[in-house]
Ligand binder design. Sequence first.
Ligand SMILES: C[S@@+](CC[C@H](N)C(=O)[O-])C[C@H]1O[C@@H](n2cnc3c(N)ncnc32)[C@H](O)[C@@H]1O
Length: 473
Amino acid sequence: MQYLPIFTKLDNKPVLIVGGGEVALRKCRALIKARAEVTLVAPSFCDELHEHANEGQVILVSEHFSASHLDGKMLVIAATDNDSVNNTVFELANARNVFVNVVDDQPKCTFIFPSIVDRDPITIAISSAGTAPVLARRLREKLETLIPQHIGPLARLVGDFRAQVKKRFKHFADRRQFWERVFDSSVVSKVQTGDTEAAVQQLHGMLNATPTPEGEVYVVGAGPGDPELLTLKALQLMQQADVVVYDYLVSDEIMDLVRRDADLICVGKRLGNHSVKQEDTNQMLVDLAKQGKKVCRIKGGDPFIYGRGGEEVQVLAENQIKYQIVPGITAAAGCSAYAGIPLTHRDHAQAIQFVTGHCKKDGQELDWQSLAKPNQTLAIYMGVIKSPHIQAQLLKYGRDGKTPVAIIENGTRKEQRVVRTQLSQLAAQIETHKIVSPALLIVGEVAALHEQLAWFGKTTQVSSFAQPLTDVA
Ligand SMILES: C[S@@+](CC[C@H](N)C(=O)[O-])C[C@H]1O[C@@H](n2cnc3c(N)ncnc32)[C@H](O)[C@@H]1O
């Protein structure tokens, strides 16, 4: 990180601007807003700066810059059109450890002015560390449209209640839960519609009510790995959780998005390496919720597709624990899209079957007769280890050995690999290319469309990850 984002209080603090023209004026306006004690030094000043001086907002010193002008200043801005003067300001200020900004000369800035989304008292600052100001401005425009105007009044209102809330709830966690309840309540819509009085009344009511900490479990699907495939709801609940219970399939980039101070519990789950038994995970969710915690049970893909989310929700229901289920993009949908393989296609596949290669412990066999039928696509989850068996059974029950197959490893992630082959070569290709988990097998004529459509897949891939797919024919 080149610049640490901090918000400084400049109220009555001495700041120097070297320069008297338009650029100096722009910086001056921002500093006046922050109520800084602004001195400008320059041989002459534009009219508007004189007006600010007449109103007592700034002090104008009509002199050439010299080192003594820096005495006692906290911040200095060099805003002249003379490189040599700007350079001298930078050298002298830097030598004294005074923060300095030479306008439009990023290497000579020890502090910078970020782009700002202003919903006072909420302020969002965006910086590209001087590398891409236009990109930073575009981001600001996006945020301007996303952040509602009533956020400012809402922040002011709750600010008025902070001291009372602190007195009422001694523990930080209780205060946080109180505020979560407030922001989930109709206090927000009341402020939004301008009914501040009703919002204040409701806040008083909530403050005086006896809180019954009610735990809840969010069973959230995180998708196959690309964080941009998370749903808005998933992200929102990940940010609200006190505890996040996750397994290996959830990518690191997604785990980076959970609430910073949430407790993280890994319950493992890699084939043959279940670090916590499913029954224990179920019980853990119940116990945490009974302690009044908001628990985010986050799973790769969709929780209800080979995710054992069904079992977990059954146990929550039996124990009368409140829960929400957030669907995620399942591996079949995500991986096929990123590999340019449509799962159905008018000419090639009228049906799609989701299958697991990892059968139940009792060895219950799949309905191979049905799976071997033509004109359909099979999306086989957890099929790598059992690929020799899958291949043999499909061939035995009549699927053509030339049926196209795609093996998608780490689908939608930076390291995505697609191996294209045919059914008779499935197991051998898995062996040759040392396919690792997670990997999805797609069997059916649609897999051959990868060659034609992966270009589209590659373009999305390049823009997301700046790195092309590794294709193995
Ligand atoms: C236990 S299942 C979980 C499936 C998940 N609930 C879903 O809806 O995608 C794990 C299997 O999903 C598939 N899978 C999940 N994420 C994947 C990814 N990013 N790339 C390829 N396969 C993936 C693999 O077959 C893996 O062995």
